[in-house]
Design a protein around this ligand. Structure first.
Ligand code: HDE
Length: 736
């Protein structure tokens, strides 16, 4: 409280808050926070001093660098008087704040990203002359993962396709591989993109549902427009709800044209293969996470990188001869609703991606990064896929409005690491100070600079590909008309448990539609994929199953499409250990040690926070019954009978829940955690009396993946074996 100064008296000191530290210089800018550099006609870097582009200096200043004395009080005519318009600092601070937001991406608005390194194996050099694929060549990369439909603040674990966009800062300029975690797309022609997106986004009247495909307009479109069937089926499979960005495949989707050193061409599809395997959530788990931890995927990626568990993917290519018809084994390579089974064209590894650093600033990097499928380097070219053609137009166009003008390539995260001398000038948000007087070619005033590259090093040197003489038409080729044989192959390639998930997903999504006609049309589409799939979904909807309108295609399954049947590294998997002060704490210690040695993340869950067993080796409690939920853990261990939580909720309800469940004193949230983990097919192990909790939660002791062990270490050993397969798949009913 300030008293008004007596007339003529000096103004009083405004109240100051004690700062926790002495003034010190801010941290130095990280490499990708550096400001733009331009290159002069003579090849010399010019432009702003990078150090001046990030925040610097120990003192708070205005935008003009004037030190500030107070930022907590507006300038007023007296402490209780009106605020004065002359307060420049107030106006400047609020004005900048008012303009902090930029439009979010029209699709893929919600994302998370990381920096990393790509190392070429050299194995692609025979078919592709891109320098970054050379043996041992290291290229910095920035990767952004995203959902497609939701707004920037939406939840991570919705059922949706995921974006997997990689920016390679190569020595020959930037190459962007702007892919998805699903290898096919809803449409075959870019002209339909606004239609599919308008249908999939929330209803325009109420703007609901957020980030969901389970609504009438989406299903209206995809059932009328049956080329969407294959992509929709992938979305309804476990691929639509990944366990982690680290456990997703990535696909370039389109067929690209690779060019070798002699100008020879090969058609190719790009694949990212995660070292940790491809794993998914189950639907109920995904729904719970959306409420409990909407940042689940974002957190998982950042935590893993911060802990040094760097996620890795191998880049691979399927290659096909560049024949005039651009088909392979009868599959049209220009149709982006098609895959080529890996059994017909194996994925050949060509390099390794390691994500090893989190962004320093979400807005500057993750939000402002701008990918473009037309950012290509010598050796990688496009094909005539009509979907790709439209994308080549769309990305730059949308970025001009999203990033406020044509100069966003100067934003540090978008700046190529190769020298840039593009002769582009001026425009909104121009931050470079270009030199020279002749930004045109040919010129003599700048000594003829900049020079053109030779055909051997230049990009966008067109490979002479025959374009057959044709009429101008608005038509698709006949081969694009088969909408059901590829979805049928996917369905036939699934294991019984995966098929059950697909049936449940269609039943849920069509069940959320209000229009009866849409549900019925949905069933007609399913009938053309597989009669059993259609029958089971119809049963769930309480509707008759229609007959197919096209004969079921005779296609062989592609075992590579199933996520089951392999074992994978367990590094980074999260084990919850439920215990209490009177639990087997020696056992918990031993389990924690062994789990850490195995690269797992063991988290102790107890009735209250703090430390268990102060004497001897203390055990830190990482989660309480109030902060833990089963969905965070890949497996649960029970070291004893954890009593009621220390908070009022646990103590109050444990009494009632315990009596009802027959395990006096067990916190109902523990019972819920165990029951959920069981339902979601996670490994469960108990010792030191923990099996009574399993019983109280209704978990049969003889169910697969439920282990009652003599001690903690044995329990952990069994659980690790199960984790390598991700889930205890036998727990899912498998009628199909
Ligand atoms: Fe995109 N897409 N897309 N897309 N896309 C965008 O570009 C578009 C398509 C993909 O993390 C937008 O900068 C059209 C296929 C990813 O920043 C926009 C068509 C694939 C990302 C756009 C497609 C993708 C985008 C929105 C049909 C997989 C996020 C913001 C012809 C191969 C990149 C932006 C990031 C983003 C247009 C289809 C992947 C509007 C017109 C197929 C991963 O330009």
């Amino acid at each position: 409280m300030h008293n008004p100064p007596a007339p003529g008296a000096p103004a009083p000191e405004p109240a100051r808050v004690d700062e926790p530290t002495e003034p010190r210089e801010p941290l130095p800018p990280k490499p990708d926070q550096r400001g733009p550099e331009t290159v002069s006609p003579t090849g010399q870097p010019t432009g702003a001093d990078p150090a001046r582009m990030a925040q610097s200096g120990a003192y708070l200043t205005t935008a003009q660098g004037t030190r500030l004395y107070d930022t907590d009080h507006s300038l007023k005519a007296g402490a209780r008087g009106p605020v004065l318009l002359q307060d420049h600092h107030l106006r400047e601070k609020i004005t900048h704040f008012d303009h902090e937001r930029i439009p979010e991406r029209v699709v893929h608005a919600r994302g998370a990203a990381a920096h990393g390194i790509f190392q070429g194996y050299g194995t692609a050099s025979g078919v592709c002359r891109a320098a970054f694929l050379g043996k041992g060549v290291e290229t910095p990369v920035f990767v952004r993962f995203s959902t497609v439909l939701g707004s920037r603040g939406s939840a991570d674990t919705v059922r949706d396709t995921r974006g997997f966009a990689t920016k390679f800062y190569t020595s020959e300029g930037t190459f962007d591989l702007v892919g998805n975690n699903i290898p096919v797309f809803f449409i075959q022609d870019a002209v339909k993109f606004p239609d599919v997106v308008h249908a999939a986004k929330p209803h325009p009247d109420r703007e609901i549902p957020q980030a969901q495909s389970a609504h009438d307009t989406f299903w209206d479109f995809v059932t009328l427009h049956t080329e969407a069937t294959h992509h929709t089926l992938w979305n309804m499979s476990d691929r639509g709800i990944p366990r982690s960005y680290r456990m997703m495949e990535g696909f370039g989707v389109h067929t690209f044209r690779l060019v070798d050193a002699e100008g020879g061409t090969t058609l190719a599809k790009f694949h990212w293969k995660p070292k940790l395997g491809v794993h998914s959530l189950v639907w109920e788990e995904a729904q719970i996470i959306n409420g409990v931890d909407p940042d689940f995927h974002r957190r998982d990626l950042a935590d893993a990188i911060e802990a040094g568990a760097y996620p890795q993917w191998e880049l691979g290519v399927q290659t096909f001869p560049d024949t005039p018809d651009q088909t392979f084994e009868g599959i049209d390579l220009l149709d982006p609703t098609n895959i080529v089974p890996e059994e017909l064209a194996p994925v050949q590894p060509i390099g390794l991606l390691t994500l090893n650093a989190n962004p320093s600033n979400f807005f500057a990097e993750t939000e402002q990064v701008a990918f473009h499928p037309g950012h290509l380097v010598p050796g990688i070219d496009i094909t005539d896929d009509p979907l790709l053609a439209g994308r080549l137009f769309s990305y730059l166009d949308t970025q001009i409005s999203r990033l406020g003008g044509p100069n966003f390539a100067q934003i540090p995260i978008n700046r190529p690491h190769a020298p840039v001398n593009d002769m582009f000038r001026d425009g909104m948000h121009q931050t470079a100070v270009h030199r020279g007087v002749a930004p045109y070619r040919p010129n003599s005033l700048d000594g003829g600079c900049p020079f053109l590259a030779g055909a051997d090093t230049g990009a966008f040197v067109e490979t002479p590909v025959e374009v057959p003489a044709a009429r101008k038409v608005r038509e698709a080729p006949e081969s694009f008309a088969d909408h059901f044989s590829q979805p049928r192959r996917f369905w036939l390639s699934m294991s019984p448990a995966e098929r059950e998930h697909i049936i449940a997903a269609y039943t849920f999504e069509l069940g959320k539609c209000h229009e009866q006609a849409i549900k019925e049309r949905g069933l007609r589409v399913l009938a053309n994929i597989d009669s059993e799939l259609c029958r089971r979904v119809a049963q769930g909807l309480g509707l008759p199953a229609p007959e197919p309108t096209v004969a079921p295609a005779d296609v062989a399954p592609s075992p590579a499409l199933s996520q089951l049947g392999h074992t994978w590294p367990v590094e980074g998997r999260i084990i919850g250990i439920l215990t209490a002060a009177d639990g087997d704490l020696d056992g918990v210690r031993a389990v924690r040690r062994a789990a850490l040695e195995a690269g797992l993340v063991p988290l102790v869950i107890a009735p209250a926070g703090g430390v268990l067993d102060a004497d001897g080796e203390p055990i830190t409690v990482q989660r309480t019954f109030a902060t833990a939920r089963s969905t965070e853990f890949d497996a649960l261990l029970l070291a004893g009978v954890p009593g009621p939580g220390a908070d009022a909720y646990g103590a109050r309800d444990a009494k009632a829940g315990g009596t009802a469940a027959g395990a006096a004193g067990t916190d109902p949230r523990v019972l819920l955690m165990v029951a959920e983990a069981f339902r979601h097919a996670k490994a469960l192990a108990a010792w030191a009396g923990g099996d009574t909790v399993l019983r109280a939660a209704g978990v049969p002791a003889d169910a697969p993946g439920v282990l009652v062990a003599e001690d903690g270490e044995r329990a952990l050993g069994d659980v690790v074996g199960l984790l390598a397969r991700h889930r205890v798949w036998q727990r899912f009913p498998a009628e199909v």
